[in-house]
Structures are given as structure tokens and as C-alpha cells.
Ligand binder design. Structure first.
Ligand code: PEP
Length: 252
């Protein structure tokens, strides 16, 4: 049985002062008994989040990371820096990074490999645009992303990672995929992992849905067999996040 994992993606929100206030507000109502909880915060908030969440079992993740070891890469953050800060997860391949910052599958694959090499668990995002969905190439496109982004990654590594299915048209739009649409793609991702690796690996990897997850749509999403939690953007900035976590617990 896979434990569900709810990850908040704060994106470029929350100054250090705001981060402290929000975590102090949420923390008393969150516990990790039947669900894993993770906050992926801006780099400047990582240490504050680590400090405030110490002893709670709630993990802290980064939203990006560069694949080079160190050196002249102004503005970037390395895996070693994240590890030293106590960060255990990193979001990679988010569609906002693929779109605005032109990250391609080759770069994302290098980042995924570097994260594993450093002991950080990647949350690998994949997802189609509305045009691709309307063209009927959603599954084909996502399988291709998975193959490219996981090149050279071992089955033991895949078994421990998180894959987030995030249709681009659902992110930050208030228009979520239906639970059937999300389940169809998450099941296809699991099938692809079984084809690339084996059934045990496919049964171990946790697959989240992300895209306008709110307290009103989370309960139904979490009843689906292949949806192991959610990557939550906007609603992770509010107390609504607690209700989403509680919905996951109810379906654990
Ligand atoms: C995200 O940030 O990955 C996301 C899914 O955002 P939202 O929940 O706001 O759509």
C-alpha cells in the first residue's frame, strides 16, 4: 500500500516573514500519521521551513536545482547546498520551468540524475497542454517525457521517487482535470514505469495529480487507485491545505 503524499508548491510566493507566519498557522493542524506532507518553498525560505518544521515529520523540498556540482552559475542552487540545508525533495520539470525558463527533457534528466546521486528525491512533473489533449496525443506525449526524463535512472531510484501528473491547462487556472481524466493518465504513467522497469517498481512509485487541487475536488481525486496524493499550488498558501491533507488521510 502506497502512503499518499501531499506536497505544497509555494512557487514564487512567501517572503521569509510570511513563510514563518504561514507555517506557524498550519503546523498545529498537520500530522504525518497516515500521510506524508511536504512544503516546497522558495530557496530563501528553506532554512526557516526546516527550523519551524523540525520534529514534526513534515518534509521540506526545493522547487528547482541545477545539475552542476558548483561554480560559475550565477543564481543557481546546487544539490550539495540543498543537502546541507536538510532538504530532502526537489521539484523538477515543473511546466512553469519548462515554459518560462526553457528547460528541456535533456536538462531535466540531468537534474533528476544529480538529485538521486546526492540523495535528494525528485518530484518529476509531466503533463500535456490543452492543444495536445485536444489533438488526442496526451498519453503519447507524457510517455515520451517519462522515457526522456528518466534515462539512466535505476529501478531502485524510480521506486523511491514521486511523479506528478500536472496537465498544463489545469495549473493555476481553477480548471482541474476530472478524477477520471487524472486517473487515466496516472494509470498510464504507472504502466509505462512497468514497461521501462518492472511491476514492483511501478507499484512502488508514487504518482501525484497536480492542477487546481482544492478542498472540494481533492476527496474524489484521492479515491482513485493510481493517484497517490497531490502537488498543490495556490491552495497550499492557505489553511485550505489542511483540508486537502485530511482528505488524503481519509482515503489512506
Ligand atoms: C503547481 O504549482 O504545481 C500547481 C498545480 O498549482 P495550482 O494548484 O495552483 O494549480
Amino acid at each position: 500500500m502506497r502512503k499518499k503524499i501531499i506536497a505544497g508548491n509555494w512557487k514564487m510566493n512567501m517572503t521569509p516573514t510570511e513563510a514563518r507566519d504561514l507555517l506557524e498557522l498550519l503546523k498545529p493542524s498537520l500530522d504525518t500519521k497516515d500521510v506524508d506532507i511536504l512544503f516546497c518553498v522558495p530557496a530563501i525560505d528553506l532554512l526557516i521551513a526546516k527550523e519551524l518544521l523540525a520534529g514534526t515529520g513534515i518534509e521540506v523540498g526545493a522547487q528547482n536545482m541545477y545539475f552542476e556540482e558548483k561554480g560559475a552559475y550565477t543564481g543557481e542552487i546546487s544539490a550539495e547546498m540543498l543537502v546541507d540545508a536538510g532538504v530532502s525533495y526537489v521539484i523538477l520539470g515543473h511546466s512553469e520551468r519548462r515554459g518560462y525558463f526553457k528547460e528541456d527533457d535533456e536538462m531535466i534528466n540531468k537534474k533528476v540524475c544529480k538529485a538521486f546521486e546526492s540523495g535528494i528525491i525528485p518530484i518529476l512533473c509531466c503533463g500535456e497542454s490543452m492543444e495536445q489533449r485536444e489533438e488526442g496525443i496526451t498519453l503519447e506525449f507524457i510517455r515520451d517525457q517519462i522515457v526522456k526524463d528518466l534515462a539512466g535512472v535505476t529501478k531502485d531510484q524510480v521506486a523511491r521517487m514521486i511523479i506528478a501528473y500536472e496537465p498544463i491547462w489545469a495549473i493555476g487556472t481553477g480548471k482541474n482535470a476530472t478524477s477520471d481524466q487524472a486517473e487515466e493518465v496516472c494509470a498510464a504513467i504507472r504502466k509505462e514505469i512497468a514497461r521501462l522497469y518492472d511491476d514492483d517498481t511501478a507499484q512502488s512509485v508514487r504518482i501525484q495529480y497536480g492542477g487546481s487541487v482544492k478542498s472540494n475536488n481533492a476527496p474524489e481525486l484521492f479515491t482513485k487507485a493510481n493517484i497517490d496524493g497531490a502537488l498543490v499550488g495556490g491552495a497550499s498558501l492557505r489553511s485550505e491545505f489542511i483540508q486537502i491533507v485530511n482528505s488524503a488521510k481519509e482515503n489512506s
